[in-house]
Design a protein around this ligand. Structure first.
Ligand SMILES: CC(C)(COP(=O)(O)OP(=O)(O)OC[C@H]1O[C@@H](n2cnc3c(N)ncnc32)[C@H](O)[C@@H]1OP(=O)(O)O)[C@@H](O)C(=O)NCCC(=O)NCCS
Length: 188
């Protein structure tokens, strides 16, 4: 299923910061009621709640989420249901010098999964990064997270060598992660 009806406010840097009228809520869950937009400072409490709902013990502490927002607000996108709830987000952190970026967070709430929203968030952020001159994007993913790995592979990400991208104890004892990488330079 695709997220075709998803409203988009990401066509230009100006629009990224422009307030907009929220669409009327739909009668049933789906994707048509969601707006994809850049995060705002006032989203932080709801972002924290969402991050905890999805990531539990590995959710970002509130203070870190705040500082990530301060540093990367332009590359912090949310799915807004227009009724005070965020249904997903993606966050990319980018270095100025070597034009590297890391996807630091991606999620869609459980009730909205498999509607193309994760792909939509990733496609938008990759487009923003490409237009900003980013040359490569990396991310970490839990080896058992097949859904995310399939999504990333379908977008062109590949495991970064050595060892097939597997970094043992990457986030601490027993917290292994794959590193995946996408080259943007010269890409579509
Ligand atoms: C990973 C995640 C963001 C995907 O969001 P989503 O909106 O459900 O994904 P989409 O509907 O856009 O699916 C995109 C592709 O991902 C893959 N995928 C997603 N969910 C899948 C599942 N449950 N099983 C198998 N493949 C899956 C498929 O390849 C799918 O493409 P297809 O629909 O053409 O088959 C979502 O599952 C999530 O938030 N998970 C918990 C948080 C998380 O793991 N984040 C990533 C951390 S690295």
């Amino acid at each position: 299923m695709t997220a075709e009806p998803l409203e988009r406010f990401l066509n230009s840097p100006e629009q990224l910061r422009t307030p907009f009228p929220l669409p009327a809520p739909p009668a049933s869950p789906g994707t048509g009621d969601l707006v994809l937009r850049t995060a705002r400072e006032t989203d932080l409490p709801e972002l924290r709640r969402l991050d905890q709902e999805v990531f539990h013990e590995v959710a970002y502490p509130g203070f870190l989420l705040r500082q990530l927002y301060d540093m990367y607000a332009g590359h912090f996108l949310v799915l807004d249901d227009g009724r005070g709830r965020l249904r997903g987000y993606v966050l990319a952190g980018t270095t100025a010098l070597d034009r590297d970026s890391w996807i630091l967070g991606l999620c869609v709430t459980r009730d909205r999964r498999r509607h193309g929203l994760g792909r939509e968030l990733m496609t938008e952020i990759l487009g923003l990064l490409r237009r900003a001159g980013t040359e490569r994007v990396r991310l970490t993913v839990e080896p058992a997270n097949h859904a995310a790995i399939l999504l990333y592979r379908s977008l062109g990400f590949r495991f970064e060598e050595p060892e097939g991208g597997l970094r043992r104890d990457y986030f601490g004892p027993g917290m292994h992660r794959h590193i995946m990488r996408l080259e943007l330079a010269g890409g579509a």
